[in-house]
Design a protein around this ligand. Structure first.
Ligand code: CAA
Length: 249
């Protein structure tokens, strides 16, 4: 099937998984826009490094947890003449702590960055996709949104919520040529996972992954690439796991 050049927007595009997804979609011939947190001092160096490796990305500083910041992003995209066909809601944070010690701020920050962000960013692109009668939305959830995880009531609630959003929106836009899917990665070799205390990671996490190692961001990015392709038009509302066998359902 012929591949058209599309425009893709990836939130959290400078993170380990975000960068791998950006590269896969660039390799597929698409124009790739990434977001990063406002004022991220690494942005220019990151863009230069990507360009040196043959990846021309455009970057936007936006607080995906903030509605006004996302409205401004939508305005900037339209002003620049971008019509986003592919949205990957990938940006997110963790604030791991047991529930009894969790502050209101730990809860709010994680729900806003991981779940409200899906609402905030998707609304900036959904009308365009509907009018153009083509779209791919991929929500990057987590194994922990499916199975729960000690120390992550906030993150698990947000990640499980993402798939509820996926299933509802998938039904609303299926007849508009837009698919909406969730991808639930397991523990990957990224900065987010590296923040887990080493002993916990080794004794409680890697020890329970049948494949015996962390996943590579590129492995999950290849799956996202397929979901964003023309060939995946019949796939919508699904929640696809890739976790080395750590959780089977
Ligand atoms: N199951 C049951 N009990 C556990 C446990 C577990 N998994 N982990 C710790 N405990 C117990 C300890 O044995 C200890 O018990 P005692 O008090 O009886 O000795 C108690 O819980 C410790 O509780 P604390 O509140 O003192 O917790 P802590 O300060 O030691 O740290 C934690 C708790 C922050 C949750 C830490 O265990 C941790 O970071 N765990 C990993 C969480 C995790 O997997 N995060 C994933 C981040 S990556 C990501 O999210 C990406 C993705 O999508 C996969």
């Amino acid at each position: 099937m012929a591949t058209e050049r599309r425009t893709a927007l990836i939130t959290g595009g400078m993170g380990g998984l975000g960068q791998a997804i950006a590269r896969v979609l660039h390799d597929a011939g698409h124009t790739v826009l990434v977001t990063h947190s406002p004022g991220n001092s690494r942005a220019d160096a990151w863009l230069q490094g990507q360009a040196a490796a043959g990846y021309e990305f455009q970057a936007y500083g936006v607080d995906i947890a903030d509605k006004a910041s996302c409205r401004e992003l939508g305005h900037k995209l339209r002003t620049a003449g971008h019509h986003v066909d592919i949205l990957v809601n990938n940006g997110g944070i963790t604030r791991d702590v047991t529930f009894r010690k969790m502050s209101e701020d730990d809860w709010d920050a994680v729900l806003r960055a991981n779940l409200d962000s899906v609402f905030n960013v998707t609304r900036q692109v959904i009308n365009d996709m509907t009018e153009r009668h083509w779209g791919r939305i991929v929500n990057i959830s987590s194994i922990n949104g499916n199975k729960g995880q000690f120390g992550q009531t906030n993150y698990c609630a947000a990640k499980a919520g993402m798939h509820g959003f996926t299933m509802a929106l998938a039904q609303e836009v299926a007849n508009k040529g837009i698919t909406v899917n969730t991808v639930s990665p397991g523990y990957l070799d990224t900065r987010m996972v590296a923040a887990v205390p080493r002993d916990v990671l080794e004794s409680q996490i890697i020890a329970r992954i049948p494949v015996g190692r962390l996943g590579r961001p590129e492995e999950v990015a290849a799956l996202v690439g397929f979901i964003c392709s023309e060939e995946a038009a019949f796939m919508t509302g699904s929640n696809v796991s890739m976790n080395g066998g750590q959780h089977m359902h």
